[in-house]
Design a protein around this ligand. Structure first.
Ligand code: ASP
Length: 355
């Protein structure tokens, strides 16, 4: 009897051990599969940049100029993407891409910024982190070599979101940022634009179309699935009385939230402010069933109805993105795991503007 009980007990124990071993190998298998799944479903790395929108038609831009802009956009994309590829944050990628364009006199940001009516360069810039909606901005700075770094310092090193003019310059100095003489930003091309704008103002004619455009911006998605946005500009040629555009205004020219999307805008700033453009795109993504392209197109069309032209980059945490613009061209590009695409005119690329 006791022998029978012993055998039954052993049998039960052995079966339990077999079941346990089977469970263990099954769960090992599952864990392995999950790891493979996680690797194959890794968040895609994406960066988009723009270098301003405007009213030039394909025939109206010399080939060497197109080449120079394409090269500059490629450099900005590659610089930002390298940050992402090294597991850097989307915020750092956006910042790195924008710095290359602030340093390039082709763009209306940093060196090469447009002039105010008084012949000064007053720069606006902002950054936003989609992870926690932290943000920083500066407006009307005149001696900070890279305004985007001043915006970052406001975000990281102060309890504030936005600083302006002398105060923002002084804060940037106190943070050890590179300070340059105001003449650093000046270029021949922008001085000529100012002369044309002054002549038009004197003749009470409309300001040249080029007055409104040329800003730079970027949005990016990092390996951890966080998005960020940033924008930097000299604003509008012939701006007066401390005019501030949309670029440093969170929700107008720049916005990012992991719950919806990241946007950087360029165009006639007053309209982007009045339309709270960047936030409106992300609100549509967040609260309606509009996809990111439709959301961006709807807002750009709405601004056009109001009388304002321009364009945006928009990017969601799932990697879907949109370019949308109501002008004849927008310098723009994207780099992701599948390659790099750079476009200038409305008839190029998958996302055609609503000119
Ligand atoms: N949005 C900028 C501003 O109004 C100008 C631009 O995008 O070029 O200041």
């Amino acid at each position: 009897m006791s022998l029978l009980r012993y055998s039954l007990k052993t049998l039960a124990l052995t079966s339990a051990m077999v079941v346990l071993a089977a469970c263990q190998s099954l769960s090992g298998l599952l864990a392995d599969n999950q790891a493979t799944l996680a690797t194959s479903q890794q968040t895609p790395l994406v960066i988009l940049v723009h270098g301003g929108a405007g009213s030039v038609r394909p025939g109206g831009m010399p080939e060497n100029e197109k080449k120079a802009y394409r090269a500059a956009l490629k450099h900005a994309l590659e610089t930002g993407y390298e940050v992402l590829a090294k597991n850097g944050t989307s915020l750092d990628a956006v910042q790195a891409a924008i710095i290359t364009m602030e340093d390039n006199p082709l763009f209306n940001a940093g060196k090469g910024a447009v002039f105010t009516a008084e012949g000064r360069n007053e720069l606006d810039s902002s950054l936003m982190d989609g992870r926690d909606r932290n943000a920083g901005a500066v407006a009307g700075v005149t001696v900070v070599k890279n305004p985007i770094l001043a915006a970052r310092a406001v975000m990281d090193q102060s309890p504030h979101v936005m600083m302006a003019r002398e105060g923002a310059d002084a804060f940037a100095k106190s943070q050890g940022l590179t300070i340059v003489p105001p003449s650093y930003f000046s270029t021949e091309k922008r001085l000529k634009q100012l002369e044309r704008a002054r002549a038009a103002a004197k003749a009470k004619a409309a300001l040249p179309a080029s007055s409104h455009f040329g800003t730079v911006g970027a949005v990016a998605l990092d390996r951890d699935g966080h998005i960020a946005a940033g924008t930097s500009t000299g604003g509008m040629t012939y701006k007066r009385f401390g005019r501030i555009g949309d670029s440093p205004i969170i929700g107008a020219g720049t916005y990012a939230s992991d719950t919806s999307c990241a946007v950087s805008a360029t165009g006639w700033g007053e309209f982007f402010i009045r339309g709270t453009a960047a936030r409106d795109i992300c609100a549509r993504v967040q609260w309606t069933d509009a996809n990111i392209q439709d959301a961006a197109d709807l807002v750009i069309a709405d601004l056009k109805e109001m009388g304002g032209t321009g364009g945006v980059l928009a990017l969601s945490p799932d990697g879907s993105y949109a370019f949308s613009f109501s002008t004849q061209m927008m310098f723009r590009g994207v780099q992701n795991d599948t390659g790099t695409d750079i476009y200038i005119f409305a008839n190029e690329g998958p996302h055609v503007g609503s000119e």
